[in-house]
Design a protein around this ligand. Structure first.
Ligand code: ADP
Length: 192
């Protein structure tokens, strides 16, 4: 079974945690644009310097930068059987770009799975995470802005995937294992 998947959901919905677990179960790499940006920021690269300008205030990194980075990553051999994208696409233009990247190789997306969670719950989670991880963009003001950007730029892409019959929605409230099982069910992965 090929698994070319996109994981959607608001900041704090648990995408990163679940992406790692799903990728392991499905045998495909989890690709998080946020993680790639953070690694570049830490490594002091030019891409990192640019990404930080935007991510530190909760804004999206410009599409041409993000799109080129994703195109490059999806060209790697480990994506031959599939991938699980976390944090991309994040606006309608990125949806079109992902289509184009895949179409260039004669491929298409298999499914988009959205983890749903109440904004109040995710804000709580992010503020708690801030105390543990100290992420630069986990302050109350920046969290609020990230949730606004999600609502205006990212939430509309669920409708696009729904219109194509590709969207499954999964309740993100519950235990980590419970949510993983729901997601595997939505993807149609064989039970372990
Ligand atoms: P979260 O989902 O918790 O907000 P991520 O780790 O996915 O955080 O992303 C952190 C930051 O990286 C975003 O706020 C944004 O600045 C940048 N980023 C990540 N993915 C994208 C993307 N697809 N397009 C533009 N910017 C992105």
């Amino acid at each position: 079974m090929s698994a070319r998947l996109v994981l959607l959901g608001p900041p704090g919905a648990g995408k990163g945690t679940q992406a790692a677990r799903l990728a392991e179960r499905l045998g495909v790499p989890a690709i998080s644009t946020g993680d790639i940006f953070r690694a570049n920021i830490k490594g002091g690269t030019e891409l990192g310097r640019l990404a930080q300008e935007y991510s530190s205030r909760g804004a999206l990194v410009p599409d041409e930068v993000t799109n080129a980075m994703v195109r490059d990553r999806l060209a790697a051999d480990d994506t031959a059987e599939g991938f699980l994208l976390d944090g991309y696409p994040r606006n309608v233009a990125q949806v079109a770009e992902l289509d184009a990247i895949l179409a260039d190789s004669g491929l298409a997306l298999d499914r988009a799975v959205e983890i749903t969670a109440d904004p109040e719950v995710v804000t709580e989670r992010l503020l708690k995470r801030a105390q543990i991880e100290g992420r630069e963009d986990d302050t109350a003001d920046v969290i609020r802005h990230r949730l606004d950007v999600y609502a205006s730029e990212t939430a509309p892409i669920s409708d696009l995937y729904a219109q194509r019959g590709l969207l499954s929605q999964v309740d993100g409230i519950g235990g980590v294992d419970e949510v993983t099982e729901r997601l595997l069910g939505a993807i149609g992965a064989p039970a372990s």
